[in-house]
Design a protein. Structure first.
Length: 372
């Protein structure tokens, strides 16, 4: 396969696994709260189960990279579609959580397979910007699905539709030649103290990104969309997706014109603003601006972090970063769940504080990178 074909196949896989498979729960949550007797705090539990599965999948692949193969990749896609279909057949928070846990495991495995394959073939012309842009396309597709057919179908039927959409999107990704990540790129003794400090700081910053972004990503639609009686929520989610589609390519351009480290700092800072806006006001215009900034940065930060890590003489960076990101995602909803009452403002305030710390971490990464 050519680098361009690999880029678009990986984009399809990420659209299916991340854009729809993982994040379709966000626009469907208000409907489930209204019709499936899921409480807002129960929604946080279900979301956390998905993030826990994502963490488990990332940890397993970081410890056993040999299982990241083409055959296992295809099996994960089947599990993901099956877990979405199953959501239509159950009616309890416990079973919802179990199915979203499985979806999280599958999503992590598919993400690592796509990310590592694109990285491996960068010299052949594969583009991380194109590949990671698939996440935004999938998010937009899930939002459009909810907006167009949500008023006419039950939440159960929407889960079936999302499973069908995931299956359709994942078909091109089955052509990817998936290979395990290398265990190391350098002998341990060749890694100097500054490189170690850079890697550790990058891990901390990416952990904070996982913790902060997931609060916004989980609750933004619920905060503006009520209980599914308005089109505002799905529209905001479409804006997130549409902003994310070109974002990774644009951030790639910013990194080329300035530097990868400066681009990472800027992306973190803008995402902090995205979290701050819904903490200050529930105004629809502010929500749309937040969605633009959030969609325009979250996959950019992922791409820039992964690309920065690839320059280090350290192995299995994609799996390790995904695992630490997963820890943050698990903790995010759990930390804010007690603060969610009739308003999500406190949750967004917490996310803002976390992302400001992440910005500080990105500044430190920039300083360490500039001195290498």
């Amino acid at each position: 396969m050519t680098g361009r074909r690999i880029s678009f196949a990986a984009a399809a896989g990420l659209a299916a696994a991340m854009g729809v498979g993982r994040f379709v729960f966000t626009p469907l949550l208000p409907m489930m709260v209204g019709a499936a007797e899921v409480t807002p705090s129960g929604g946080a539990v279900i979301a956390t189960a998905n993030y826990a599965g994502y963490l488990v999948g990332a940890v397993v692949l970081s410890l056993r990279p040999s299982i990241n193969t083409t055959v296992s990749f295809r099996l994960w896609t089947v599990l993901l579609v099956g877990s979405e279909s199953g959501m239509a057949a159950v009616h309890s928070t416990a079973l919802f959580s179990a199915l979203r846990f499985l979806a999280g495991v599958a999503s992590a495995a598919i993400f690592i397979a796509c990310a590592s394959t694109v990285t491996k073939h960068r010299t052949d012309g594969a583009s991380p910007g194109i590949a990671f842009g698939g996440v935004g396309a999938g998010i937009a597709a899930s939002g459009i699905l909810t907006l167009l057919v949500g008023p006419h179908l039950s939440w159960e039927a929407l889960w079936v539709c999302s499973a069908v959409l995931t299956a359709m999107l994942v078909v091109p990704a089955w052509t990817l030649p998936v290979h395990p990540e290398p265990s190391t790129r350098s002998a341990t003794g060749d890694i100097d103290s500054r490189t170690r400090a850079l890697w550790r700081t990058l891990l901390v910053a990416y952990f904070l990104e996982g913790l902060g972004y997931i609060i916004v990503g989980t609750f933004l639609v619920a905060a503006v969309g009520g209980h599914g009686n308005t089109s505002v929520g799905p529209t905001v989610w479409i804006v997130v997706g549409l902003a994310a589609v070109p974002a990774t390519v644009l951030w790639q351009g910013v990194a080329r014109r300035t530097s990868m480290r400066n681009a990472l700092v800027a992306a973190f800072a803008l995402q902090s603003v995205a979290a701050l806006l819904p903490a200050l006001t529930s105004n629809t215009v502010a929500a749309v601006l937040s969605a633009l900034l959030f969609g325009g940065t979250f996959m950019g930060i992922t791409m820039l972090t992964m690309s920065t890590a690839q320059t280090l003489p350290i192995g299995r960076t994609a799996a390790t970063l995904t695992a630490i990101y997963g820890v943050g995602q698990v903790l995010g909803p759990l930390i804010v769940a007690p603060a969610i009452g009739d308003s999500y403002s406190m949750a967004f305030a917490i996310a803002t504080a976390v992302l400001i710390l992440g910005t500080a971490g990105a500044v430190r990464v920039s300083q360490l990178t500039g001195r290498r």
